[in-house]
Design a protein around this ligand. Sequence first.
Ligand code: HPA
Length: 271
Amino acid sequence: MKIRKEFIEKYKPASEILIKEFGSNINTAIIAGSGIAESIDTNKIVAEIDYDELSNLPKTSVSGHSGKAVLYTLDNINSIIFSGRFHYYEGRSIDEICSLVILSKLIGVEKLVITNAAGSLNPQHKTGDIMFIEDYIDFLFYKSNHIFFDENDFLVQNIKNNEFQSNIKLELTKNQIPYKEGVYAAVTGPNYETRAEIRMLRKIGADAVGMSTVPEIKAAISLNMNYLTFSLLTNSAKEVIQSVSHSEVIETAKNSFEKIRSIIEICIKNN
Ligand code: HPA
């Protein structure tokens, strides 16, 4: 399955700017979901570029998503952290939603870490838990202008047995950092789910729900990238809960900073 060539071409100029500013020796790219970028150790930030300066990248419009690429150096290993991503509910096109994955490929990273904040649907998972995404349900009802792949290509994009993800799980166990595993359902948003929607999502087998990540996973698979993906469960999408607020999501992310930072550092150091 190939991403249409014009989408790759579109982000080449931005990748050239990134390489010029950050160098070409970038090992890992991290797409940081709501509140997650703030967990990193600011002492290890070496340089930053606003998305505005990267040709053809859209603007972020959501609070908690600052819209910059950060060069992060840990033990002499260079990584790029994308603080802020693009969502379907912002009216973005499919290539814009996947632009950070395409850029990561173009700058030649070896590993991609896709993170998000999600609502937990599984009663055995708690707020603040990390859940590795083992499979997904895609409810992002793409419009025809969302055709992303070469024509006549309808292959299913299953998450494959992924060595990077398995290695990191082993490392987390060694470091006594607990994690969960589950199915992530991507919905369009921007509203959080109604009680009936939560009941439905549980019945169809979702363990977490969010508004991102699935198109990025598909792009990473198509581009043959070495990736892993996890959710930080920032709230419990229980039927009895009347509402979830974006500030609650950010607040939980704050409480999990230390754990997220450790996981990101383990991902960076793994090779
Ligand atoms: N639903 C959808 N998206 C989310 C949630 C949720 O409960 N929490 C964080 N992102």
